[in-house]
Ligand binder design. Structure first.
Ligand code: GLA
Ligand code: ZN
Length: 675
């Protein structure tokens, strides 16, 4: 079969997880007929088929998969081919019990569920690699295979003896000597000093772990998270390389999960050709959070990504699986595209008959035909997307970078004190929310990002400051950048040992403040901050008690024994400035600070009008494509900026009486020479 250059998509992939293997042959033809009506052009297949395609250690069976691939190729689908390695076949567990995981409580698992392989089991690795290779050998030459989907949603942990041994090897490589390791983990504390590598055990409930989110020694627990993330990444790379051997030209991905805590996605993305992710907001997830996850997924590689999964209607695994209201799936799909996705894929194309996902929505419902609300909405979107290939590969230019860092995520949430309710994603989102509501585009960036690209860098709760990070931030500010950081920043190094000499450690001189103490307020308590203009707001959770060391105070506490001490500061540093927010501000107060920050940093919204609509744009060489979406309940007027333009989705000319109801979407193109 003729080869083609497959490093790029030639159209917006529209489809999703498709499991014809769960259905009799005659249903497949019906599927093809129905999907065509919805302009579905892509299917992700073979995701959980290991037991089918390898019924025993000695045999592969590809007849059915051949037929599926043949059918989809005939229909010219863009096939997303998975490697099936995310759920172990029963025969493997029976013959090689070592392939299963041992959990946090030390329980060795039997056969069951999925995402259940020990990443450090050599037997698992051998079989997974062989299968990936076999698949690539067989299907890699097929020009309709547009993307390889390795495994599925890597995640979870293993605390088995194999992993323990592998952890010691990982540690030896990292620390070289036990002396260095003892120091890094501060093992002199409680006399936990180790004298032999074999004395090191995994930090689960039987070791240093204290409940799944706490630990006696954050040093070892953070290292374990790094190790576990690396172990699974090695699994991914192993399968990726096996595929590349036979199919070097096709994009390779695996589906990520937004802000999922377990894996360092910035590190992972470096190994992936393209990022893809599964978007499952809850009924009450703020739209700004979903937007942030999309921006994070784009930020991982700084490139457009794939939406590998979303439900067309409802999930099954959340506590309350509400239906997506009419128009909501469409609005969410455009939000994803607006923030950088080049595909829209569903889980799943046909609703399964049994097991735990039978209530999970699908393009084809249990009724079995296309006369459903959900199908009509899927079909409408399909028709629209068919016309929008111009978005492929276009960028999301942003002048604001918000740091998101998995080491910080882990470290901050392992801290014992000062406050149990301090969570990482929530803190990052508190900042992101401001920019979202102002329609100021944001990039989510790593701690080793290229800060110089941004007019404003936000580093909230930058608790762990790793080697080189403070220096890079300092350079950035000296050269005119604006940095915002906050309470619980600059506290520890990469091993979770405190930067001695006063908080915020290595950020202290550029922030121009010294934090002497940190007060923790219980949920029923609060303090107040008063700004220069006399306005007063509440603050919660944590209050830094700080002294000015060159910075000016923007607001002060107004009660308790630290009334009058600065709570928010600004420091001129080189040609730039550093804002330090010393307490968890109520929303309006944070908005007020960030209004000043954005004014000084000169960053502005995508249009110069205030609106409750979400407005984002993507930019190609020739045009800016604006996505205008109404996620609020009330009808909203179209901003003047867009009046007189044509809506690419409806084809209609937009006049100044135009309004958008909830979930309405308008898409507008403005040629670049006009801007
Ligand atoms: C995940 C998995 C899918 C499916 C969906 C259901 O994202 O990747 O296999 O279980 O959830 O929402
Ligand atoms: Zn293991």
């Amino acid at each position: 079969m003729e080869k083609k250059m497959k490093r790029k998509f030639t159209r917006i992939l529209y489809g999703g997880d498709y499991n014809p293997n769960q259905w009799p042959r005659e249903i497949w033809d019906e599927d093809m007929r129905i999907f065509k009506k919805a302009r579905i052009n892509s299917a992700s297949i073979n995701i959980f088929s290991w037991a089918k395609i390898q019924p025993s250690e000695e045999t592969y069976y590809f007849d059915e998969l051949d037929e599926i691939v043949e059918m989809l190729s005939k229909e010219k689908y863009d096939i997303v081919m998975a490697t099936s390695t995310a759920a172990l076949p029963a025969w493997m567990v029976k013959r090689y019990p070592e392939v299963t995981r041992t959990d946090y409580y030390g329980r060795k698992h039997k056969f069951g569920k999925r995402h259940n392989a020990c990443p450090n089991s050599l037997v698992y690795q051998k079989h997974a690699k062989a299968l990936a290779e076999e698949l690539a050998k067989r299907y890699g030459g097929n020009k309709y295979i547009t993307c390889w989907h390795i495994n599925n949603e890597y995640g979870g942990e293993c605390y088995c003896e194999n992993c323990e041994k592998a952890f010691r090897v990982w540690l030896r490589k990292k620390y070289k000597t036990l002396e260095a390791l003892n120091k890094a983990w501060n093992l002199e504390f409680w006399g936990h000093t180790v004298y032999d590598w074999d004395e090191i055990v995994l930090p689960n409930a039987l070791g240093e772990g204290m409940g799944e989110n706490n630990t006696a020694f954050a040093g070892i627990s953070i290292d374990y998270r790094r190790f576990n993330s690396d172990s699974m990444l090695e699994n991914f790379k192993m399968e990726r390389d096996a595929v590349r051997k036979y199919d070097p030209d096709t994009l390779i991905t695996n589906n990520l999960m937004g802000t999922y805590k377990g894996l360092d996605y910035f590190k992972w993305a470096k190994e992936m050709d393209i990022v893809s992710w599964d978007n499952y907001p809850y009924y009450n997830t703020p739209w700004s959070m979903t937007a942030m996850c999309n921006d994070l997924m784009r930020g991982l590689k700084g490139q457009p990504f794939m939406l590998m999964e979303q439900t067309p209607s409802q999930q099954n695994w959340q506590p309350y699986n509400s239906l997506k209201r009419p128009g909501q799936m469409r609005a969410q799909s455009y939000q994803t595209i607006a923030h950088g996705s080049d595909t829209i894929q569903f889980f799943q194309l046909r609703r399964t008959v049994g097991a735990c996902e039978k209530f999970h929505g699908a393009v084809i419902a249990h009724v079995g035909h296309e006369n459903t609300r959900v199908f009509r909405e899927v079909a409408q979107l399909g028709k629209e997307l068919e016309q929008l290939d111009r978005i492929l590969g276009s960028n999301n230019p942003s002048k604001v970078g918000i740091i998101f860092d998995w080491d910080n995520y882990w470290a901050l949430e392992y801290t014992s004190g000062p406050h149990k309710d301090l969570t990482y994603v929530e803190q990052i989102h508190n900042c992101y929310r401001y920019f979202y509501h102002k329609n100021i585009p944001v990039d989510m960036i790593p701690t080793d990002g290229d800060f110089g690209k941004y007019d404003l860098v936000m580093a909230p709760v930058l608790y762990m400051v790793k080697e080189g990070v403070a220096e890079a931030l300092e350079d950035y500010v000296k050269n005119g950048g604006t940095l915002v950081t906050s309470f619980m920043s600059g506290i520890v190094d990469e091993s979770d040992n405190v930067h001695l000499g006063g908080y915020p450690g290595p950020l202290r001189s550029m922030a121009g403040v010294w934090v002497e103490e940190i007060d923790a307020l219980a949920p029923e308590q609060h303090n107040t901050v008063v700004f220069d203009d006399g306005s007063e707001y509440t603050c919660h959770m944590l209050c830094d008690l700080m002294h000015l060391e060159g910075a000016e105070s923007l607001a002060e506490y107004s009660s308790d024994f630290y009334a009058g001490m600065p709570a928010i500061t600004r420091n001129q540093y080189g040609r730039g400035r550093v804002f330090y927010i010393g307490t968890n501000l109520e929303e309006k107060a944070l908005d007020k600070v960030l209004d000043q920050v954005t004014a000084e940093a000169n960053v502005s919204p995508v249009i110069d009008e205030s609106t409750k609509l979400e407005i984002t744009y993507r930019e190609s060489d020739t045009e800016k494509m604006y996505f205008i979406i109404n996620f609020v309940e009330d009808e909203q007027p179209l901003p003047k900026f867009f009046v007189g333009r044509k809506d690419l989705l409806s084809g209609k000319e937009l006049d100044d009486s135009m309004t958008l109801k909830q979930y309405d979407v308008v898409m507008i193109s403005i040629p670049k020479q006009e801007n």
